[in-house]
Ligand binder design. Structure first.
Ligand code: PLP
Length: 400
């Protein structure tokens, strides 16, 4: 059957993480799981809080009728009220349930928002490095992704942003904490970004919609906090999920929250709700809407991620590999070391990841995230695996 050339092309350019995942399975079959150091995929390995199972059991035993029925497209009112409470606390401004649309994960939420605001030929701007799927989410709606370089410490470069915005720019994505760097943007950076968007609006008459992608908001280190975005830019939509903070990625449960300060918030909400329907999501999964309504503020101990961050950083220090110490999320973004062997190409992240594979270490080349010369290690991997990887990293560095 004929496959659209555009999909063939997108598939060919985006298979790098999946390829790594499949090679990991092959290597584990060959050498045993303990002897392969798989840092390729951001699949949280903490178990969800016990309350998730208790609420699921309660729902399964409930005599209530219609638990599996269609519902209003934006979701159950009770769930939206809970999400509004959560968003109000995070954004520091009151948010009503009517500003919440339940979604099929953060990815589903972003696609509903993109469908609501993007027209063919539009541009979606994003600071690089960035979550690679954004390229495809923009393309889904006839738009293209415009990468904007960040500074050396991955902070926002306002001059670069100002010169990248055009009359075609409809959306700016901000992802904090960031995948792949773990960078958290400061309040001053968010305010600075809003100032750039405002001067663009004054110059061109065009209001850029700020989409804040926040699935890692709760996973932070050294007592950091993620700054709110609503107080800075009215035309903001937060998209998020419970994939990472409650370890529920397979359940596909998230939501979009529209800033109440947005002058045409009602139009935007109606458009996101309609888009959720016509994209074929119809509504977010029913059972997990009920679960997150009761579990959204369950305390989770992320100290295991913090301990792994310390351990992996120590392993890399010992091997002589430089990295950006993440402020949140569970990724360590590392610099490809300078080669000592003439056979290797300086700064080639693809070549270095292939080289690490010979030492049974799986990481992901930075090029796919829009940052050549770097690679990403996901540390939602067992502590034992991180400890055991120390010698492999040293050997990989020494022979590069
Ligand atoms: C930055 C970022 N945004 C969105 C997503 C998608 O999240 P979800 O599984 O909730 O759709 C991910 C998943 O890894 C991510 O890293």
């Amino acid at each position: 059957m004929p496959v659209a050339p555009s999909i063939k092309e997108s598939m060919a350019s985006s298979s790098f993480i999946r390829k790594m995942f499949e090679e990991g399975i092959q290597l584990k079959a060959q050498y045993g799981a303990d002897n392969v150091y798989d840092f390729s995929i951001g699949n949280p390995d903490l178990e969800p809080p016990a309350k998730v199972h208790a609420v699921l059991a309660e729902i399964a035993a409930s005599p209530e009728k219609g638990l599996h029925a269609y519902m209003p497209n934006p979701g159950y009112k009770e769930t939206r009220e809970a999400m509004a409470k959560k968003t109000s606390a995070e954004q520091g401004v009151p948010v009503d349930f009517s500003h919440i649309v339940m979604a099929v994960g953060a990815a589903g939420a972003m696609n509903s928002v993109f469908k609501a605001v993007l027209s063919p030929g539009d541009e979606v701007a994003v600071p690089a490095p960035f979550f690679a799927e954004y390229t495809h989410y923009a393309r889904n709606h006839g738009a293209s992704l415009k990468q904007i370089p960040t500074k050396e410490d991955f902070s926002l470069d306002f001059d670069a942003i100002a010169s990248a915005l055009t009359e075609k720019t409809s959306v700016f994505i901000i992802n904090s904490p960031n995948n792949p760097t773990g960078k958290i943007y400061t309040a001053a950076e968010i305010a600075g970004l809003a100032a750039v968007l405002e001067s663009h609006r004054v110059k061109t008459g065009k209001t850029v919609v700020l989409v804040a992608d926040e699935p890692y908001r709760d996973i932070v280190y050294d007592n950091r906090a993620v700054s709110p975005v609503f107080p800075h830019w009215p035309a903001t939509v937060v998209v998020t999920s419970f994939a990472k903070n409650l370890s529920l990625p397979g359940e596909r449960i998230g939501f979009a929250a529209v800033n109440p300060a947005c002058p045409d918030a009602k139009d935007m909400l109606d458009a996101i709700i309609f888009s959720t329907r016509v994209l074929g999501f119809v509504n977010a999964p029913a059972i997990f809407q009920r679960v997150v309504a009761k579990c959204w503020n369950e305390p989770v101990d992320y100290s295991l991620y913090a301990a792994r961050r310390e351990k992996l950083a120590a392993v890399l220090d010992a091997a002589g590999i430089e990295y950006f110490l993440p402020e949140g999320a569970f990724y360590l973004f590392c610099k490809v070391p300078a080669p000592r062997e003439a056979a290797h190409t300086a700064g080639s992240d693809g070549e270095f990841c292939d080289h690490m594979k010979k030492h049974r270490i799986l990481g992901v080349p930075g090029t796919g995230f829009g940052k050549k010369g770097w690679f990403r290690l996901a540390f939602c991997a067992p502590m034992r695996s991180i400890e055991l990887s120390a010698e492999a990293f040293k050997a990989a560095r020494a022979s590069w």
